[in-house]
Design a binder for this molecule. Structure first.
Ligand SMILES: C[S@@+](CC[C@H](N)C(=O)[O-])C[C@H]1O[C@@H](n2cnc3c(N)ncnc32)[C@H](O)[C@@H]1O
Length: 268
């Protein structure tokens, strides 16, 4: 795995328990293939194949991530078939009917989330479900407050994602976006994880933050979102802060359905 991708791998591992708990509640039907959009390292795609069986198209345009995912998946028993598919989520169409779909932590990165949802609505069978989870930084709280110099880095990272067309507050927009794409919202839930964490446990999440920032360091500096001095100050201030903290992080989780057409009216 490239060094600048370690954050994504850690995110996949650290959010695993919460993800699996959610997947266990997913509807078993309807039949038909499943598409996991933006599959990355494939943990969710494999968990869907474990739970439902059948074909799961794991779609991502990163061939390197899919190749790593396919190697790991060989070691995990599952009763379905995962088809690692290098393609663009804005245009890909599987070669068979699709009964269900998932998109986790993907829409926050897309410059045109409405366009993606319109395409997915078109691909999905009538009556099929779409499971979406994404972040909203509005539910992020940390007390005691992290150092101001560190917050400068976090804000710069948000700006960088925005400059690429993404949105780290997309969670609150999802109900409207799904509704406008023709989906019916069946369940809408805010999943806020809150914990009072010791500095040892906190080290892990700090490591994730650090990997994520280090992976974007060049882009942050080149894009003018940060100066090298601000970078150094932020990293030093974060390293100096110790002691337990209360922290929350929140995502929006939605189960949506593509409605079946109302039965055609008889002409007579
Ligand atoms: C944060 S990761 C998704 C994580 C994963 N779904 C999970 O639950 O752990 C976002 C993924 O979307 C992929 N991606 C972003 N835009 C894409 C596009 N237009 N087409 C295909 N893949 C895309 C990226 O390559 C990346 O692997």
């Amino acid at each position: 795995m490239p060094a600048d991708d370690r954050w994504l791998f850690y995110q996949t591992a650290l959010t695993g328990p919460a993800r699996r708990e959610w997947v266990a509640q997913w509807p078993a039907g309807p039949l038909g293939a499943w598409v996991d959009w933006g599959a990355a390292y494939g943990a969710l795609s494999v968990e869907v194949a474990q739970q439902r069986g059948g074909a799961v198209y794991a779609v991502d345009w990163s061939r390197a991530r899919l190749a790593a995912a396919a190697r790991w998946a060989e070691r995990v028993p599952h009763r379905g078939i995962v088809l690692w598919t290098a393609a663009d989520v804005m245009t890909y169409r599987p070669p068979e009917p699709v009964g269900g779909m998932s998109a986790r932590f993907l829409l926050q990165h897309l410059p045109d989330p409405a366009g993606a949802l319109a395409h997915w609505a078109n691909v999905l069978d009538e009556g099929g479900c779409l499971m979406v989870e994404d972040v909203d930084d509005g539910w992020t709280v940390e007390h005691p407050e992290p150092p101001a110099a560190w917050n400068t880095l976090v804000l710069a990272l948000q700006q960088l994602q925005k400059s690429r067309g993404g949105d780290r507050q997309i969670g609150r927009r999802l109900p409207q976006l799904l509704n406008e794409a023709g989906f019916v919202l069946e369940a809408t839930e805010v999943a806020v994880q809150g914990a009072w964490v010791s500095s040892e446990a906190f080290t892990l999440s700090r490591q994730l933050e650090r990997f994520r920032l280090e992976g974007e360091r060049e882009a942050l500096l080149e894009g003018g979102h940060l100066t090298a001095a601000q970078w150094e100050d932020g990293v030093a201030a974060r390293a100096a802060a110790s002691g337990p903290v209360f922290m929350t992080a929140g995502t929006l989780r939605i189960r949506a359905q593509k409605p079946a057409p109302t039965s055609a009216r008889r002409a007579d």
